[in-house]
Design a protein around this ligand. Structure first.
Ligand code: PXL
Length: 434
């Protein structure tokens, strides 16, 4: 998945375009960049800014768009009117979600937007946003409304939404003593996403929030799930901030890069883009799992903590990737890997006899079980049906099956499970019958 950041350079790599690349790549996306300005700054002092010519901004955008498929765009520091206008003219009418982080001033006091560019930012750029993420200070500057109470937040977010963006998130509102909240105006709904406050000042958290939000939106998440994801990711990066220079600490990605997560993220992204994939999603929807080798429990198995769902002909990933995220498909994989440890990934699909025939024709090993034969004590025990079923289906197998299916029972939807060594292997099997 490719994500684009249009922003300024921060040579300390705490904020700006460098920080965005760090976030995108730690999450497993490929980060493309269009540079709008070069700044000289470090963790103690903001020195100078030199904007890139608007012609060169245009050329960068054209180079990127003529080559790459882009799933979402983040816009940060834009600095002046001519840059704003050229970005607006190149991005107008594109069907790609745009996240605008309307940065005005750095934590160390540097101006990231010329005063005289405010009007053009509102007129030409803000209307293009799927979501705009001002902090309280920026929201006040954009609207002229002072934010003290929750009522002011409503007024302010509504006023920003009138400028044209679909959704507004005002970040960093102090809800209670130790709570910091993001105030969301999604279409016409208002809500808070609240979290614990971390006190030390840091360099980079604003950029980390908007870029992780952009990543999550690129994955097709709904706004609320995307905000929760970004808030959690940013919280961890502040908690893990480090004093690298002499001044304020720089936010860092806390998680040791989880290769399995990246692999499954990418696979899910390929999956939702498979032509006609929606047509093989069952009524109970789909999950896709990937485990560490020799999983001992569900905690070793990554899955979507919601589901991969169909909405008409679109496929949406509802939820985040988490260990223990899938009970049903996770349990199936756990059982399969006990007998066949080389199998580490699985997905469930809608049952259709024609699909089974196609799989058999392709030479895949297909097994099945009969839920009508399931003992009553297993039926009554939460989440044990699937383990029983898989155990039954494979009890005489010498080789790992590619497919296991059952044709349902009273009130139980029939189902196909595809197994593979890894997510790529599973996708190959799925695409072979589409
Ligand atoms: O965090 C805002 C920001 C964005 N872009 C650049 C910056 C900063 C803050 O310092 O330098 C280039």
């Amino acid at each position: 998945m490719n994500v684009l950041s249009i922003a300024g350079s921060d040579p300390s790599s705490g904020a700006g375009i460098q920080s965005d690349i760090k976030t995108f790549s730690s999450l497993g996306a490929y980060g493309l960049t269009v540079l709008t300005s070069i700044t000289s700054q470090n963790t103690t002092k903001f020195d100078k800014t030199e904007p890139v010519s608007s012609k060169m901004v245009k050329n960068q955008i054209d180079s990127i768009f003529s080559d790459f498929k882009i799933s979402a765009i983040k816009i940060g520091m834009v600095y002046n009117s001519s840059i704003i206008r050229v970005i607006s003219s190149r991005l107008s009418g594109l069907n790609i979600p745009i996240v605008i982080d309307p940065v005005i001033k750095s934590t160390t006091g540097g101006m990231l937007l010329e005063k005289k560019a405010f009007a053009d930012l509102k007129k030409f750029l803000i209307p293009l946003a799927y979501v705009i993420t001002p902090n309280v200070f920026e929201a006040e500057k954009l609207t002229g409304i002072r934010i003290k109470t929750k009522k002011d937040l409503n007024k302010c977010a509504t006023s920003i939404q009138k400028m044209g963006p679909k959704n507004v998130i005002i970040t960093g509102y102090q809800l209670q003593k130790n709570k910091i909240a993001d105030f969301v105006l999604e279409d016409s709904k208002f809500y808070f996403i609240s979290g614990n406050k971390l006190s030390p000042a840091n360099h980079g958290s604003g950029c980390t929030f908007s870029s992780s939000l952009t990543f999550s939106i690129a994955q097709g998440k709904n706004l609320k799930d995307a905000v929760k994801f970004a808030k959690n990711y940013t919280y961890k990066s502040i908690k893990n901030a480090k004093k690298i220079g002499k001044g304020i600490p720089i936010t860092r990605i806390s998680e040791k890069s989880d290769e399995n997560k990246k692999i499954l993220y990418n696979a899910i992204n390929n999956l939702v883009n498979l032509k006609n994939f929606y047509s093989i999603i069952p009524e109970v929807q789909t999950n896709f799992v990937y485990s560490k080798s020799h999983p001992k429990s569900m905690r070793d198995i990554l899955g979507v903590s919601g589901r991969i769902v169909k909405a008409g002909k679109d496929v949406i990933v509802a939820g985040n990737l988490e260990y223990g995220g899938s009970k049903h498909v996770g349990n199936a994989l756990l059982e399969m890997s006990k007998k066949f440890p080389s199998i580490n990934s699985a997905i469930n699909l809608k049952y259709d006899q024609k699909l089974i025939s196609k799989f058999k024709k392709k030479g895949f090993i297909v097994q099945s079980y009969n839920r009508v034969e399931e003992p009553i004590n297993i039926k009554n025990k939460e989440n044990s049906s699937i383990s029983w079923g898989i155990k039954n289906a494979i009890k005489n197998s010498k080789r790992a099956p590619d497919i296991v299916y059952h044709t349902g029972d009273l009130g139980k939807e029939p189902m196909i499970l595809i197994f593979g060594k890894n997510p790529k292997d599973v996708i190959k099997k799925v695409s072979s019958i589409l």
